[in-house]
Design a protein around this ligand. Structure first.
Ligand SMILES: [Zn+2]
Length: 63
């Protein structure tokens, strides 16, 4: 199943959503938003790929 790496419109942090879902809730701040309204960072072919992209994004922003 394809996943999308999205940036939360409220806190700006990346999280993974299933490509077919329409709305998503941010695991960090709890905001629920429409996937069409969020910034798409990258598409990933699996949840594992999506998590690895997110880890890199979070590591990059921490430096
Ligand atoms: Zn958030």
């Amino acid at each position: 199943m394809e996943y999308l790496v999205l940036l939360c419109p409220r806190c700006g942090r990346p999280s993974a959503a299933r490509a077919r879902s329409r709305s998503h809730s941010c695991p960090y701040c709890g905001a629920t938003f429409q996937i069409a309204e969020a910034t798409l960072v990258e598409r990933a072919p699996s949840g594992r790929e999506a998590q690895s992209i997110i880890r890199k994004l979070l590591e990059g922003s921490a430096k």
